[in-house]
Design a protein around this ligand. Structure first.
Ligand code: SF4
Ligand code: SF4
Length: 443
């Protein structure tokens, strides 16, 4: 372990979830999932316009072949996770609980790559070439947002970017996929950071990591100077990995209310995204798989896996040894910001950081009671909002007031709801108000 030191920073607000669950998988090395007979690749895996399907039933495809093209600037193409035949284009259970379009591929067992893109000598390439490659490879924010990465790398000319920050916080309880990636593929992450910095024309490139990943911090510190990347320790505090909180912790800059990171001269990308960028640029490989943590007390062998896109959650759980007891809840992502699932037939997507099964005893349905004006939510909110007052305004259908109180700045981190002794359904209120305000602005 290196003796190099690093500074530790943080943000105001947030919470400390009492159960972090990371011990279940933090020491478990990444395993390569075996080739399956079938992959159900959900078409819309990015925020923005859905990709347009290019294949039809009966078509033969190669591994890495584009099977759907970007549907606009804020969109990315989608690629086949293995070689085989298109069985059908169908609707399958989606992560938001509604049926969604998927391309179902029967694997031919050969796992043959199609033609890869040419490797790029990135140090001598211009930003436009790198951004195009990152888009062509279908790279999106892999921490959960699934926002097309090339769009984040393309701020308007009047927005000067000073900092690129890689998010290695992984502040969600239970998840260790990014931790293992930084530890096991350290140089791939660092080179991805350097490529992203080069594409943006930015010299200040930092990786922020919570200090509960000391081994990953030291692995990165050992090599980071070779790539011109700095490593910053982050206090263990949820939601340390939220963009605005990460920016404040690393740079001291505040993103103004209603504005984006680029308004504070910053771009944030996830460490998994950086690794995918290295593959895309240096090897010409599109994004067809990702690291996912399969965990929770009901799982027999909690573990970290490299799954191909389109792997059913049921299969992922089977590979992790199956379940030892009936789960109370299945979540894609972490327990704070992940999405509860009704079906195990939903499949791994570009942003599936975790498959979490919670015990029934951890899923207690509390009865919500009246706000007791204790103010705890106010201290917990990392966005300096007034969650209790906002919630009261929304319950009275005062959406204009909620908008004036900056409900649109709510990052839905759930810190307020987590700390609320009255178990108020605060995040549900804020989601409802945001949807209502968006709808009104369209009219
Ligand atoms: S109001 Fe929004 S941003 Fe603030 S703590 Fe609650 S969920 Fe998080
Ligand atoms: S934490 Fe809950 S009870 Fe306390 S002020 Fe906020 S909403 Fe009200």
């Amino acid at each position: 372990m290196t003796t190099k030191t690093y500074k530790t920073v943080t943000f105001k607000g947030g919470v400390h979830p009492s159960k972090d669950g990371k011990a279940l998988t933090r020491e478990v090395t990444i395993q390569e999932a075996p080739l399956l007979n079938e992959y159900k690749v959900i078409v819309q895996q990015n925020i923005g316009a859905p990709p347009k399907v290019l294949v039809k039933k009966g078509d033969e495809v190669k591994k890495g072949q584009m099977i759907a093209e970007a549907g606009g600037f804020v969109s990315v193409p989608l690629h086949a996770p293995t070689s085989g035949k298109i069985k059908i284009i169908d609707r399958i259970p989606g992560p938001m609980g509604v049926p969604t379009e998927a391309i179902i591929i029967t694997a031919d067992g050969k796992d043959e790559w199609g033609e890869l893109m040419d490797p790029i000598d990135w140090k001598n390439a211009d930003g436009a070439t790198l951004k195009k490659r990152i888009c062509d490879a279908g790279v999106v924010g892999m921490g959960g947002a699934a926002f097309p990465s090339h769009v984040k790398l393309s701020p308007p000319p009047d927005k000067k970017i000073d900092y690129l920050i890689l998010n290695g916080a992984e502040c969600e309880p239970y998840l260790t996929a990014d931790h293992r990636l930084m530890l096991e593929e350290t140089e791939k992450v660092l080179e991805g950071a350097a490529i992203l910095g080069h594409a943006l024309g930015v010299k200040n490139v930092f990786i922020g990591i919570e200090t509960n990943k000391e081994d990953a911090i030291h692995a990165l510190l050992e090599k980071c100077e070779n790539y011109g990347v700095g490593v910053v320790g982050l206090k263990v505090q949820y939601p340390q990995g939220a963009e605005k909180q990460l920016i404040y912790a690393v740079t001291g800059r505040k993103v103004p209310a209603g504005k984006l990171p680029m308004d504070a001269g910053c771009v944030v990308q996830n460490v998994g995204t950086a690794a995918a960028v290295t593959d895309a640029v240096k090897e010409g490989k599109p994004l067809i798989d990702r690291i996912t943590t399969v965990t929770g007390e009901p799982i027999k062998n909690p573990s970290n896996w490299r799954f191909r896109l389109g792997t059913p959650v049921s299969k992922a759980i089977e590979l992790a040894g199956g379940i030892t007891k009936e789960p109370g809840k299945i979540i894609l992502g972490g327990p704070m910001m992940g999405f509860a699932q009704k079906s195990m037939e939903v499949t791994v997507m570009k942003n599936t950081s975790g498959i979490l099964l919670l015990e029934k005893s951890d899923v207690i349905q509390y009865q919500s009671t009246a706000c007791i004006r204790c103010g705890r939510c106010l201290s917990a909110c990392p966005m300096n909002l007034l969650p209790g007052s906002l919630s009261a305004a929304i319950e009275s259908e005062k959406f204009d007031l909620a908008a004036k109180m900056n409900v649109m700045d709510c990052i839905e981190c759930g810190s307020c709801a987590y700390i609320c002794p009255a178990h108020r359904p605060l995040v549900q209120h804020f989601r409802r108000a945001k949807a209502e305000i968006r709808n009104r602005s369209k009219k």
